[in-house]
Design a protein around this ligand. Structure first.
Ligand code: FAD
Length: 204
């Protein structure tokens, strides 16, 4: 004898299809934060979240080229948090490289930007003790950024204040250009920009 068909069955099936689509879709995002979450290789979403989501070019481009789990974990290394030392080395690398690229004759805007950058660092550096210490250093040694030589020397001395407080060796600042040379970039592609137009247009 045939079983009587459940009238709700087709509704359940439709719901199941939709929820499967949602699971595939969400798992593509979850793999960014949770490596154990299965990542579909060929799963295409049954529907997208919203048109405004798709319209955002930043999110849309991320969606089309997602990192795979092994790439997120940096080829087999465990996902350990960045240490204060690693953060410090990376930040000093950024700052000394910026100083090496800083122009011999900076514009007013560039001088202002570099001072603001140091101020912001002293407020937002993600190590409270370091940020507070840097604030004190800035107060006692106001940023000097009238030229490339002046700024790179000022930064070298500021870094040495931190070195001393940590019991590290003091760096000979006359050697700073030898340690942090200019970057090799074709067609002056590493030159600092002195305009605010790009920033303002993109923050709207
Ligand atoms: C703004 C700021 C404030 C910090 N404050 C603190 C703090 O209060 N407490 C704390 O524990 N850590 C602090 N740190 C981190 C700390 O300075 C070191 O980065 C970290 O301890 C790692 O030290 P390191 O010996 O590997 O070399 P780093 O000091 O990170 O230096 C990296 C490289 O820069 C070169 N170098 C060293 N000194 C100079 C210099 N004076 N001029 C030019 N080049 C130089 C050397 O080649 C060195 O290997 C701070 C970092 C920053 C960016």
């Amino acid at each position: 004898m045939f079983e009587k068909e459940n009238p709700l069955q087709s509704i359940f099936q439709t719901f199941e299809k939709i929820s499967h689509g949602v699971r595939i879709y969400l798992s593509q995002f979850a793999c960014l934060t949770n490596n154990n979450y299965p990542t579909p290789t060929n799963g295409r979403p049954l529907f997208s979240l919203s048109s405004s989501f798709k319209a955002n070019p930043l999110i849309a481009s991320e969606h089309s080229t997602l990192f795979q789990p092994k790439e997120i974990l940096n080829e087999g290394k465990s996902a350990t948090p960045v240490t204060k030392e690693e953060l410090g080395r990376a930040t000093w690398t950024f700052l000394h490289t910026l100083a090496a690229q800083y122009p011999d004759n900076p514009t007013r805007q560039q001088r202002k930007d570099v001072k603001e950058l140091m101020e912001i660092l002293s407020r937002m550096y993600p190590c409270k003790d370091c940020a507070d210490h840097f604030k004190e250093i800035l107060r006692a040694n106001p940023v000097q950024a009238g030229s490339q030589a002046e700024f790179s020397q000022w930064l070298c001395h500021a870094h040495n204040v931190v070195n001393r407080s940590l019991g590290k060796l003091v760096f000979p600042c006359e050697r700073v250009d030898a340690r942090w040379g200019k970057m090799e970039c074709e067609q002056r592609a590493c030159d600092l920009q002195g305009t605010t137009t790009f920033f303002r247009d993109n923050m709207r």
